[in-house]
Design a binder for this molecule. Structure first.
Ligand code: NDP
Length: 448
């Protein structure tokens, strides 16, 4: 008989926590999870999944702009935000149910309440019950960072935007990262007037500059207003429900909603880590080693709360590695090299490996191959937007160091290119591959 009630107690049923819990249970561990909000975490409940559904909806708006080119006559067009919002939320609830079922089918016990760490092997539930576990896994994710300016309480974050009562006629987005670019694209395509407020003149810093420049050019062409080198000074709520935003310029701007998309903070507040002697990092994250172990040997942490790479598939890999290592007799760590990522802007952009600037700084001698093309689909929606694919290659070995692209479906294409980059293939391997015609992906094997 174990001296503990559970082998593993996981705090947080998001992507990392659910994977770790169900794999640990499959390895024979007795597992419980505490989740204070909804099973599924940020990605499923208020992140990747509902966001991508909204992206599809906004792409439909794009296609609907010129139905006659497809041979359709559409007499009346009108868009209802509430219908889309409810449809998306229905699917979120369906997925939440599936996640719950997965945990149940692995006999993982779920406590729908907050849990706090009270010691190296104990947690306390909000209801007061004290539980002991051989191991504790903190998988509490992150939350939107809200800057400090007067009236910030009138602004919303990505948590609230999915639930808006009405579509904002005018939406202001503060930030120049993933969330800002994705929601600016969504609401612009759905017909809102969109203003992006960015504190410098750079957006999407982690991505290849030339690709980002193309995105910016297209976004401006689509009518998104960018205010660079600008910070929100103050937001005032007006009697008619609108918001008056002071940008430190002569005239304040009146908008319907202000979305703050200024990064995310690790969710460690009130988690009780100090009761196990764990000190937080500079950003409030839980410091861990390569095996996701904290300074307390019985407590591990995975996902956004560790502030390593804040992406769902990475959290899942960390959860899997933790469970296999601790409960499956198969110790392994996560390989963080060549992680592909994408921004679901309109059009989307995606990248893997080194950007041109990173490769130049590290290798000096590089060669860049590119293709600047007009996607065939854009003939139906007459606009001049061009796709751009780039391959960054080490000049001597011809090894592909990075692939970067912007254009319709680029995340779908990039995922496959990421296999080649991860495998260390050379440009010759791409050249040797016969093109699949007609496709956008074929540009990858025709790069000059
Ligand atoms: P990001 O880190 O992508 O971007 C934050 C943006 O906010 C940057 O432009 C940053 O500017 C700016 N900023 C930071 N602090 C302030 C401030 N005080 N005032 C004004 N601007 C500020 O964060 P997001 O919130 O967009 O997304 C959070 C994370 O969620 C991402 O990092 C990503 O890991 C994940 N995510 C991933 C998605 C995907 O994979 N497609 C989609 C959505 C989110 P600066 O560059 O100057 O620092």
């Amino acid at each position: 008989m174990s001296e503990f009630e559970y082998d593993l107690f996981t705090i947080g049923a998001g992507s990392g926590g659910v994977r770790a819990s169900r794999v640990a249970a499959a390895h024979g561990a007795k597992v419980a999870v505490a989740e204070e909000y909804r099973v599924g975490g940020t990605c499923v409940i208020r992140g990747c999944v509902p966001k991508k559904m909204l992206v599809y909806a906004s792409m439909f708006a794009d296609d609907l702009a010129h139905p006659e080119n497809y041979g359709w006559t559409v007499d009346e067009k009108s868009f209802d935000w509430a219908t889309l919002r409810d449809f998306v939320q229905k699917d979120v609830t369906r997925l939440e149910g599936l996640y719950g079922k997965t945990l149940a089918s692995h006999e993982v016990e779920v406590f729908d309440e907050r849990a706090t760490i009270t010691g190296p092997n104990s947690v306390r539930l909000a209801s007061g019950r004290e539980i002991t576990a051989k191991y504790i896994l903190a998988a509490t994710g992150g939350r939107p960072a809200m800057p400090d300016f007067p009236g910030v309480e009138h602004c919303i974050s990505s948590n609230e935007i999915f639930h808006l009562e009405e579509q904002p006629g005018c939406l202001m987005v503060a930030g120049g990262g993933y969330i800002a670019m994705e929601f600016a694209g969504i609401f612009n395509a759905l017909g809102s007037d969109v203003h992006v407020i960015n504190r410098t003149d750079r957006i999407l810093r982690a991505y290849d500059e030339q690709i980002v420049e193309r995105m910016l050019h297209i976004a401006m062409g689509r009518g998104i207003n960018f205010h660079m080198h600008t910070l929100i000074q103050k937001v005032e709520k007006l009697d008619d429900g609108g918001l008056l935003v002071d940008l430190g310029e002569a005239n304040p701007v009146k908008v319907d909603q202000v979305l703050i998309a200024a990064g995310r903070d690790p969710n460690t507040e009130g988690l009780g880590l100090e009761n196990a002697g764990i000190e937080l990092g500079r950003k409030g994250e839980i410091p861990v080693d390569d095996h996701s172990r904290t300074s307390c040997p019985s407590i591990y942490a995975v996902g956004d709360v560790t502030d390593r790479v804040a992406l769902t598939p990475v959290a899942i890999r960390e959860g899997q590695a933790f469970a296999d290592s601790v409960f499956g007799g198969n110790p392994h760590t996560v390989d963080y090299s060549a992680i592909p990522s994408a921004v679901f802007s309109q059009p989307p952009l995606a990248g893997v490996g080194m950007t041109e600037a990173e490769a130049r700084a590290e290798y000096g001698n590089i060669k860049v191959y590119s293709s600047d093309f007009r996607p065939m689909k854009n003939i139906f929606n007459p606009h001049p937007e061009r796709g751009l694919f780039k391959m960054v290659v080490e000049a001597t070995s011809k090894k592909v160091l990075g692939v970067h692209m912007i254009g319709p479906e680029s995340p779908e294409i990039l995922q496959v290119a990421a296999v080649a980059v991860k495998a260390g293939l050379t440009k010759q391997a791409f050249d040797d591959t016969i093109a699949l015609h007609p496709s956008m992906a074929e540009e990858l094997v025709l790069l000059k």
